[in-house]
Design a protein around this ligand. Sequence first.
Ligand code: ADP
Length: 473
Amino acid sequence: MIKVQKITKRWLLRSFAIIVVALVSIEALVIALTSNSYYSSAKQTVLTRASVIKNTLDYYSVNADIDFAEQTRALIENFAERDKMELLAIDRNEKPIMSSSGFAPQLSTQMPDLVAALKSDSGIGEVTSKHTNGEDIFCVTIASPSSSGDILALRLMASLEPTESRVFNLALMYIAIGLAMVGIILLANLIFLQSITKPVTEVEKTARRIASGDFGVRIDNKYRDEMGDLCDIINYMADELSQSENMKNEFISSVSHELRTPLTAIRGWSETLADDVNCNKSMRQKGLKVIISETERLSSIVEDLLDFSKIQGGRFSIKNEKMDILAELEEAILAFSEKAKREGITLTYNEPSMLSAISGDRNRVRQVFVNILDNAIKYSDAGGTVFVNASEEYGIIYVSVRDEGCGISPEDLPKIKKKFFKANLTKRGSGIGLAVVDEIVTMLGGTFEIKSQLGVGTEVIVSFPVMQQDKEA
Ligand code: ADP
């Protein structure tokens, strides 16, 4: 049984897992890039401020009119950005002596930024470290350009907490958007999968019932896509199967009937002749004639069945040798002239002067004419005429057999070449004759056409291509 959930599971494992992995990777990258850009921008602000302070200090140190220590203290006291960062002065013992916040700053003993500032040519050093209160801070130290006085350096300290919380909020927002996207994709795809798995289950159940012989079941096709096409095909398959099942049953019953009728006649006459040892000569002759003709009938049915089984198994072979089509047509007409006369049917043959040779199989071509003539006489009533005509046009030989019999209804006409199909159930026949004609004519590269009007008559036209050399001649 098709496990429909398996499709969902496969989708979850293959497509959905890939989507989730891709989304998570993209999210991680976006969060990393955003966080990097926020931290860089926060640090850049402090560095820019440090650079301005450095220029101011340089100016104080080179200008003799300015009291460096006093101006530096004033710079700290009037520091405008105290709400964003803290500016403090560090004395030559590496201790803070003054802060823009007005409070005594708590500093860790380690100040790598101070060491870097004192060593570097630019006089500026930076470090990201932890404040004594546990906060992440960014520190930039500007070495004093003046060697006099007790100020060794100025230090800018900015907390990274606002940046951290901004990055954290953004990351949360990205994760929420990602989760929402995953949810929407999951929901949309589950709805879509449901729209596939539901009809698939329906198709599966119906196909199972058809396979178990319930040919009456059909799928209620509500779908207008490939699934709809599949349902149509399954319904069509069920139609065809039920039709061929009916045909098979009809075939079995008609063939049984076909076999029983001659067998009954043979048995009846055999018993009569066996019981009545003194029966007169004419009676015995009559009985033997019936036995012979019914035996011939039986062997023709068996031949038909053998041909049919060969067609079914793809073993229906045909020779391709130069042959005279008129000779075979005339032989078939001759074989039926007696029967036609007996049944009060006139057989008219419009004999052409000469026809080109064709490449074919003598016996098979005769079989085509026999089957068509047999039908024309069988489906005609006494007093009717069967017209046989042969002609050649543009390298094609046409043979037509037209009768004034019962005809075929327009609904039955397209099915007439199908195996076992019988439009007229009142007459004896296996329903294979025209299927064999079609097979032979097609194998010889010809065509087989049947025109009919119910109650008026039928015309069968078969064509064969002329043999190549004859065409050229
Ligand atoms: P069958 O052995 O039943 O005649 P065929 O394959 O020869 O089988 O023909 C199939 C069906 O076509 C027949 O059962 C009959 O209903 C119809 N048919 C064939 N030829 C004629 C015809 N000349 N006139 C009327 N019906 C015909």
